[in-house]
Design a protein around this ligand. Structure first.
Ligand code: ADP
Ligand code: MG
Length: 274
């Protein structure tokens, strides 16, 4: 049964590892966290800490030999790990969507962006769906949506393509959007534009957002709560303001020391060389 207090996403006791490894080795160990309706939760941790593996586990997009070994992933109370593939595929398109780091490799190179966007909408007339695509391309700040629909992925810059991918993720107005380092491949100005776009649409659509980054500076503006990952485990999970001011775990403190904060003196090692 749904209730106001029910989290949008609830991950508990999640272990992900190799199908064949004997004894079983896990890349993710006992992951627990939740996202409330409309909340932005950021996941941070250095490269290799398991952030993408976690996102792929939640979406059930892991490729062999990786597999989920144990645990539970619930979306609005519904257990996803037991669902037949077909139902999961439906949920992936409709109720949760993901935006990856490298937009170019996420699109089919030989198909127009329009045909790839249209493919994401399952119901409705062709005409209505086309209008919906145009509207969403416009919403994510792309000029000339009609032309965009006829373009191929290689014709767009990385920043523009990332916007198309966000539009694609939003087409069905999902309850949850997972963004896995969506700005890492982009330069700083484009990055700022994408972040503020995500923030705006997240508010407008009342979506839950799981925002993954290795950069605490990037997430500090966006997140309501922050989950810190290290070597496949969550070491700290706290309200953003609290975590940024009083990090409890030494690893979080270490990550914070790496972030130059405006108006504050730089950390010792940066001042010496900077
Ligand atoms: N398909 C795979 N086969 C073997 N190891 C993998 C595979 N995918 C990820 N890993 C390992 O899992 C760990 C976590 O990777 P990843 O989730 O990509 O980290 P992050 O996204 O935080 O950089 C890394 O040590 C990586 O080498
Ligand atoms: Mg990653």
């Amino acid at each position: 049964m749904k209730s106001a207090a029910q989290p949008l996403l609830e991950v508990s006791g999640l272990y992900t590892g190799f199908q064949t490894a004997e004894p079983r080795r896990s890349l993710l160990t006992n992951i627990h966290f939740h996202i409330k309706q409309g909340e932005t939760v950021a996941v941070i941790g250095e490269s290799g800490s398991g952030k993408s593996t976690m996102a792929l586990s939640i979406m059930r997009l892991l490729e062999p030999p990786l597999c989920i070994q144990a645990g539970s992933v619930r979306l609005e109370g519904q257990e996803l790990l037991q669902l037949p593939d077909k139902e999961m595929k439906h949920i992936r398109g409709q109720r949760m969507a993901v935006v990856f780091q490298d937009p170019l490799s996420s699109f089919h190179p030989m198909l127009t962006l329009g045909s790839q966007l249209m493919e994401c909408i399952k119901d409705g007339s062709r005409r209505a769906n086309y209008a919906r695509c145009l509207e969403m391309l416009e919403r994510v700040g792309l000029p000339n949506p009609e032309k965009m629909m006829k373009s191929y992925p290689f014709e767009l810059s990385g920043g523009m393509l990332q916007r198309v991918m966000i539009a694609m993720g939003l087409l069905n107005r999902p309850k949850l959007l997972i963004a896995d380092e969506p700005t890492t491949a982009l330069d700083v100005t484009v990055q700022a534009g994408i972040l503020s776009l995500l923030k705006d649409v997240q508010r407008e659509f009342g979506m839950g957002l799981l925002f993954i980054s290795h950069d605490l500076g990037v997430v500090s503006e966006l997140a309501d709560r922050i989950v810190v990952m290290r070597q496949g485990e969550i070491v700290e999970c706290e309200q953003a303001a609290q975590l940024l001011q009083c990090p409890a775990h030494p690893y979080t403190r270490h990550l914070l020391e790496m972030v130059p904060i405006l108006g504050q003196p730089l950390p010792e090692q940066v001042r010496v060389y900077g």
